[in-house]
Structure formats: structure tokens, C-alpha cells
Design a protein around this ligand. Structure first.
Ligand code: INI
Length: 197
């Protein structure tokens, strides 16, 4: 046992070439989405809580979509009171069948009570549940921070802009899923829910 571990973690093991001379290395097909937003429709579900921050995150998302070629008429914003309300709204938006991706934006800042954990936990779990249940990419641009300073840094100051990042991811995913649908001969209509005409 000790010999096996010794082999695994020595430099000798790490420096051993993966492929011997003349041996063929696997080069599997890689699937990856392009970064072009033209032709896709995006919804932003944005919480008004901590509005001075969520407004910056929304700006970041719009900036990313605009730079990647989204048309103004292809983007709609749905405002909700707080992050707790994001999942149900995202679900309704996703189920409408009108959007290729839903970008969720909010800011939850830790306080002195367990409130943070409940709101942040439900919002986070809810966003991923909606994506899994609807099959529509639902992006997580919700900042959960211990302090106001951390939140500010993630809304366009020291640590980037999480709204911008979420929108970039949305564009990448809609392209990835489109190429996957095209390869499988799906029209995209399968996404529309039975109760939506
Ligand atoms: N909503 C947030 O988006 N961020 C917060 O930090 C927050 N805090 O701290 O309370 C918050 N609360 C409101 C919550 O999301 C609901 O809107 C409210 O409870 C009504 O359901």
C-alpha cells in the first residue's frame, strides 16, 4: 500500500510521459458554446432588494449581452421584491417558452440573524431546480456575501461583476444547447411546455 502511494505521488510518476512514442493519444470531440447572443432571447429576473447593487449587476448583464450582439427587443427584465421571489418568477418565465435563457440577479448580505441562510439557500436551490425542471438554462447571478464590502466588490468593483459573468455563461450555454439540439435533430419546440400554446 505504502509503495503504491509512494509511486503515485512522486515526481517520477508525474513526469512519466502520458503517451509513449508512436502511441496515439485520444482526441475526443469537444462540445463548447460560442459567445454570440444574436438570434437568442434572454430574460433577466432581478431582485429589487439592495437595489443599488442589483442595478449594477443588471447593468453588467446587459453590457455582456449587448457586447455579444443581443438585440434590445430580445431582452426583457422581470423585477421582483427580493431574492426569495426569484425562483418562482424564473420558473414562470422559463415555462413561457419565450426565452432561451433566464439570468437571475440578486444580492443577499449576511446579517445578525439566520435570515441570510434561508433567503440565500432557497434562492440558490430554487434557481438550480428551475433549470433542471424546465430544461431552460437558468443562470445564477445572485451575490451572496458576508459583508456589504464583499457584495460591492462583486457588483463591478474589485471582484468583477457577477451579472456580467452570468450573462456570459447564459450566452455560452444557449449556443452549446443549440448545437446539441441541432445534432440530435431537435427543433427547440420540445422546450415549450404542454400548457403553453
Ligand atoms: N432579499 C434579498 O434579495 N437580499 C437580502 O439580503 C434580503 N434580506 O437580507 O432580508 C432579502 N430579503 C427579502 C426576501 O428575499 C423576500 O423578498 C421577503 O422575505 C418577502 O418574501
Amino acid at each position: 500500500m505504502s509503495i503504491a502511494f509512494g509511486c503515485l505521488y512522486t515526481n517520477h510518476w508525474r513526469e512519466t510521459p502520458l503517451v509513449s512514442e508512436g502511441e496515439k493519444i485520444l482526441q475526443p470531440k469537444v462540445h463548447q458554446g460560442n459567445l454570440t447572443a444574436a438570434g437568442f432571447r434572454f430574460a433577466i429576473v432581478a431582485s429589487r432588494w439592495n437595489d443599488f447593487l442589483t442595478a449594477k449587476l443588471t447593468e453588467g448583464a446587459l453590457d455582456a449581452l449587448s457586447r455579444l450582439g443581443a438585440e434590445e427587443s430580445a431582452v426583457e427584465i422581470f423585477k421582483v421584491p427580493g431574492s426569495f421571489e426569484i425562483p418562482l418568477t424564473a420558473q414562470k418565465v422559463a415555462q413561457s417558452g419565450r426565452f432561451d435563457a433566464v439570468i437571475c440577479i440578486g444580492t443577499v448580505i449576511r446579517g445578525d440573524t439566520p435570515h441570510f441562510d434561508f433567503v440565500a439557500g432557497e434562492a440558490t436551490k430554487g434557481v438550480s431546480t428551475v433549470a433542471m425542471q424546465t430544461g431552460v438554462p437558468v443562470l445564477y447571478g445572485i451575490v451572496t456575501a458576508d459583508t456589504l464590502e464583499q457584495a460591492i466588490n462583486r457588483a463591478g468593483v474589485k471582484s468583477g461583476n457577477k451579472g456580467f459573468d452570468a450573462a456570459m455563461s447564459a450566452v455560452e450555454l444557449v449556443n452549446l444547447y443549440k448545437t446539441m439540439d441541432d445534432a440530435e435533430g431537435n427543433t427547440g419546440k420540445e422546450k415549450v411546455f404542454p400548457h403553453v400554446v
